[in-house]
Write a new protein. Structure first.
Ligand code: XMP
Ligand code: MG
Length: 179
């Protein structure tokens, strides 16, 4: 375990096993749907989860990325800013949005609205983690990996000031790291 970590909440094995289950479920759901989704990852936090998940989506999906920011330090700051937009059009196409964590839900609500404005025919969300205790806007993911308690978490894409994204598990940092 990394020296700055207090505890591991979700292990690498758990993430891989759950990604397999989610991939299977998503494959089945979109096999019944008329069209394949464009898989859109939100940079940078979703990258490790997206990479694991798409291995288990048994469909010829395309992927794209968007970079939005809504978070500085450990407190959410309301409105979402688009730093990098999609490289392809989503007009008339269903989108499967991949997130690292749903906290207040504001990012998700705003990005879903943006994609629908761009003409996406449907927007579904898969998030590695969900922190329902922190929700301030009404929104739920269609697929959730793990529900986590109301603690700031890092690893598997999630950062604290850009650090710890490369850890292969999700955990909580020692209190002294924040001092
Ligand atoms: P909202 O509040 O819009 O936030 O749902 C979603 C984004 O906030 C970041 N976030 C976190 N990042 N540990 C992190 O490293 C956390 O515990 C955490 N909670 C929220 C994250 O970027 C997410 O996309
Ligand atoms: Mg994020």
């Amino acid at each position: 375990m990394h020296q700055d970590m207090k505890k591991i909440l979700v292990s690498e094995d758990q993430i891989i096993a759950r990604s397999k289950e989610l991939g299977k479920q998503i494959s089945e759901d979109y096999t019944c749907a008329k069209e394949l989704p464009l898989v859109v990852g939100l940079l940078k936090g979703s990258v490790p989860f997206l990479a694991e998940l798409i291995k288990h989506i048994d469909l010829d999906v395309c992927i794209d990325f968007m970079d939005v920011s809504s978070y500085e330090g450990t407190e959410s700051i309301g409105d979402v800013k688009v730093n990098m937009d999609l490289s392809s059009s989503v007009k008339g196409i269903p989108v499967l949005l991949v997130e690292d964590i749903i906290d207040t839900g504001r990012t998700l609500k705003e990005v879903t609205r943006l994609l629908k404005n761009k003409g996406a025919s449907d927007v579904k969300v898969v998030s590695l983690l969900d922190k329902p205790d922190r929700r301030t806007v009404e929104i739920e993911a269609d697929y959730v990996g793990f529900v986590v308690p109301n603690e700031f978490v890092v690893g598997f894409g999630l950062d604290y000031d850009q650090k710890y994204r490369t850890l292969p598990y999700v955990g909580v940092l020692k209190d002294e790291v924040y001092q």
